[in-house]
Design a protein around this ligand. Sequence first.
Ligand SMILES: C[S@@+](CC[C@H](N)C(=O)[O-])C[C@H]1O[C@@H](n2cnc3c(N)ncnc32)[C@H](O)[C@@H]1O
Length: 277
Amino acid sequence: MTTYDSLTTASLLPRAEARALLEHASGRRREWLIAHGDEEAPEAVAAAFAELARRRRAGEPLAYLVGWREFHGRRFEVCEGILIPRADTEVAVRWACSVAAQRGRVLDLGTGSGAIAVSLALERPDLAVEATDVSPVAVEVAARNAQALGASALRVRQGNWYAALDEDERFDLIVANPPYLAADDPHLALGDLRHEPASALTDGADGLRALAAIVAGAAARLRAGGWLGVEHGWTQGAAVRTLLANAGFGKVRTLRDDEDRDRLTVGQAPAAPAQAG
Ligand SMILES: C[S@@+](CC[C@H](N)C(=O)[O-])C[C@H]1O[C@@H](n2cnc3c(N)ncnc32)[C@H](O)[C@@H]1O
């Protein structure tokens, strides 16, 4: 007899992964599967699970196989063509939540699944959060996540960084997790990254091109004293601090992730010059 438990054991996958795939194949919740592990699994469930397990062993990302990834305590829909949100990015959410002005306008550039924008909108319902992405798939998925998770006021627009916005739009805080791997970064050939969209991972150059474009355009889009925060690779902290300082930002510093690596560089736009007279 093929039980639910024997399926997960025979899959040779880590238990948590096997359980997530079995949840997906059976349509049963985790708690149900734990309580009924010694029961016989229907043939169709066993077959669907075996196929998912085969694809996982072949290296397909778990998040794409089950169609979601947890970020900041919530399940975000993901699919091929969308970056799988990473726990490292929670640094950006925590920072933005802590510095965003009450009832401020916030912009998430390159929103992907909407992980940052939706989390911010839900953690800080006083904020007006806007999001953009150049990828039409990302715009669709982020909008669906916003709706499904209860951030229905979040607007997601398509376009190249700031070009997605109206000319006169200004924000109190801009946050972005842009593609920051160099085109020849060997990590692109490893693990989940092999399956994720290259346009979400690399700028096709030295890894600083998208970061530089976002920093260069930020001052014109921020209100006086507004904040910019950009995520980057752990070796890019010094270079990104220089980008912000050269663009006139003050209070520039780099925050570290849970593994104590440089992850998010932030800075404040200058206050408006005093009125003459
Ligand atoms: C590293 S992913 C981040 C996704 C999401 N913010 C997150 O943290 O999970 C970078 C995102 O930037 C988007 N992107 C890349 N180039 C862009 C551009 N020129 N303008 C707007 N978005 C862009 C990609 O489509 C991708 O969704």
